[in-house]
Every structure is written in structure tokens, then in C-alpha cells.
Design a protein around this ligand. Structure first.
Ligand code: NAP
Length: 249
């Protein structure tokens, strides 16, 4: 307890799921947290429950991302960590993906991380320190199930973005990293994926269970903490060993 006392963090896509788990973990460790989500009703309720401040924010919109950074600095006078976690994961065969859906997945998942970096870095450079953490995925950077072309492209793009921004930010004492969750049991997965899909994933995880939001939140906590000060430009896989098997036998 208390590893983040005096720190101020933004966590986006946090009305529920992994993001809410990250908020809970950072608050437990003493951080002041601004919770951003496109869903005002649920976002405000989750923030109130977890002891965070709510700010409506669609991470695909530059004005919203600029707004959450401005609100945070106005309210707390500093910004130590921006965790851009918002992501959407519709499924279609590649030839059936409407162009609008392709653009929206890239806008939320990838542009959202770019906008977080663009608007947090000026503050963090002035402070001579800070942490950017993006929620990537094993899907795209390492493995892929069918019907995930846009999602996989967006998450692989996040890993490239992490390296590029980490290089530019390093001289200012700012680190840029990501987490790559495997299959994590969240509200989004329960509504967007069939029971058969979830069962197939569970069967392919050496640890025999889907991950919890806390499993991911603990990795984010490390990346945000002082202990991770020399870790930059990389990702932590949190997948119960799912990407390990060389064969199904
Ligand atoms: P979730 O349960 O659907 O929660 C995501 C939250 O983000 C929801 O409140 C959602 O609102 C919100 N959101 C969606 N679009 C947004 C936007 N444009 N701006 C701000 N907020 C937005 O999802 P999750 O399973 O926790 O996933 C969180 C992140 O982890 C995503 O980046 C996802 O790709 C990544 N991830 C998840 C898994 C997994 O197995 N769960 C695995 C690998 C990576 P709505 O309800 O309105 O959409």
C-alpha cells in the first residue's frame, strides 16, 4: 500500500473491465486518479465507487483527450501517468469489415494512444518525468484468432507507437510501455464474445483460466511505479502462458 502516494494518474476506458480494475489498483496505492470513459453514466458511477474523479472522454476525439489532461492538471497541478486503456473489439472476416468499423477500431485503439501521448507529453516534459502506459494485446503483436484483422492491426500498431514515443520521451525521464493482456474476463468479453469462444480460449491457456482485471492492473501498477523507472519501450504479456504452446498436442 502507498506506492503511488502523491502521484496523479489518468486511466481511460475505465467505466468497467480492465480499466476499472486499473483505477481500483492505483487508488489502493494512494494515487489521485481521473477516470475517463465515453459512457458518462457508468463512468461517473464507477469513479464514485472507486474514489476517482470522472471526466467524459472519447479517446478518439482530440478535444476530449486534451480536455481530460487539462482537467487533471487544473485539479491536481500535475500529471504523473496516463494509462490509455480504451479499446473496442468487434469481429468480422476481413472482407466483411465495413470501412467505417475499420476506421473506428483504429481511431479508438490506436489514435487514442497517439492522442494520449500528444497531450500528456508537454506536461510530463515540463515536469521532467512521467509514465505512459497503453493497453495493447497478445492479439496482433503475437497471435491472432479469426475475424480480428482491424483489432490486430491496431494493437500491433500500439507496440510500434510505444517504441517510437519511448525513444523521444527517454531524455526527459518519461517512460512509455504497454501491457499485452491475453484473455481477460470482463464485461466487454462477456457481451462481445460467445460462450463457445470463451471456452475455447480457456482450453488454450496453460494456467487453465481466463485472467482477471487485477492480473492486468498489477502489471500496470508496476509500469507506473518508481520501481519501473528504467523500463521503457516495451510490453508485459499477462496471459497465463497462452502464447507459449508450440503445439496443441
Ligand atoms: P470493456 O469491458 O468493453 O471496457 C472498456 C471500456 O472502455 C468500456 O466502458 C467502453 O465503453 C469504454 N470505451 C469504448 N470506447 C471508448 C472510447 N472511444 N473512449 C473512451 N472509452 C471507451 O473492455 P475490456 O475487456 O476491459 O478491454 C479493455 C482494454 O483491454 C481494451 O483496449 C482491449 O482491447 C484490451 N484487451 C482486453 C482483453 C480481454 O480479454 N478483455 C484482452 C486483450 C486486450 P462502451 O461500453 O461504451 O464500449
Amino acid at each position: 500500500m502507498g506506492r503511488l502516494v502523491g502521484k496523479v494518474a489518468i486511466v481511460t476506458g475505465a467505466a468497467r473491465g480492465i480499466g476499472a480494475g486499473i483505477v481500483e489498483r492505483l487508488v489502493e496505492e494512494g494515487a489521485a486518479v481521473v477516470l475517463g470513459d465515453a459512457r458518462a453514466d457508468l463512468g461517473a458511477a464507477t469513479a464514485a465507487r472507486l474514489g476517482a474523479v470522472f471526466c467524459a472522454c472519447d479517446v478518439a476525439r482530440e478535444a476530449d483527450v486534451a480536455g481530460i489532461v487539462a482537467l487533471t492538471v487544473e485539479r491536481f497541478g500535475q500529471l504523473d501517468a496516463f494509462v490509455q486503456n480504451a479499446g473496442i473489439f468487434p469481429m468480422h472476416d476481413v472482407e466483411d469489415i465495413p470501412v467505417e468499423e475499420w476506421d473506428r477500431v483504429l481511431a479508438v485503439n490506436l489514435r487514442g494512444c497517439f492522442l494520449a501521448a500528444k497531450h500528456a507529453l508537454p506536461i510530463m516534459k515540463r515536469q521532467r518525468g512521467g509514465r505512459l502506459v497503453f493497453t495493447s494485446s497478445i492479439t496482433g503483436p503475437r497471435v491472432v484468432p479469426p475475424q480480428h484483422a482491424h483489432y490486430a492491426a491496431s494493437k500491433a500498431g500500439i507496440n510500434g507507437l510505444i517504441r517510437a514515443v519511448a525513444l523521444e520521451a527517454a531524455p526527459f525521464g518519461i517512460t512509455v510501455n504497454g501491457v499485452e493482456p491475453g484473455n481477460i474476463m470482463t464485461e466487454g468479453v462477456q457481451t462481445e464474445r460467445s460462450p463457445e469462444y470463451i471456452a475455447a480460449m480457456q482450453a488454450s491457456i496453460p494456467m487453465g483460466r481466463l485472467g482477471s482485471v487485477r492480473d492486468v492492473a498489477n502489471a500496470v501498477l508496476f509500469l507506473v511505479s518508481d520501481e519501473a523507472g528504467y523500463v521503457t519501450g516495451t510490453t508485459i504479456v499477462v496471459d497465463g502462458g497462452q502464447i507459449l504452446p508450440e503445439s496443441r498436442a
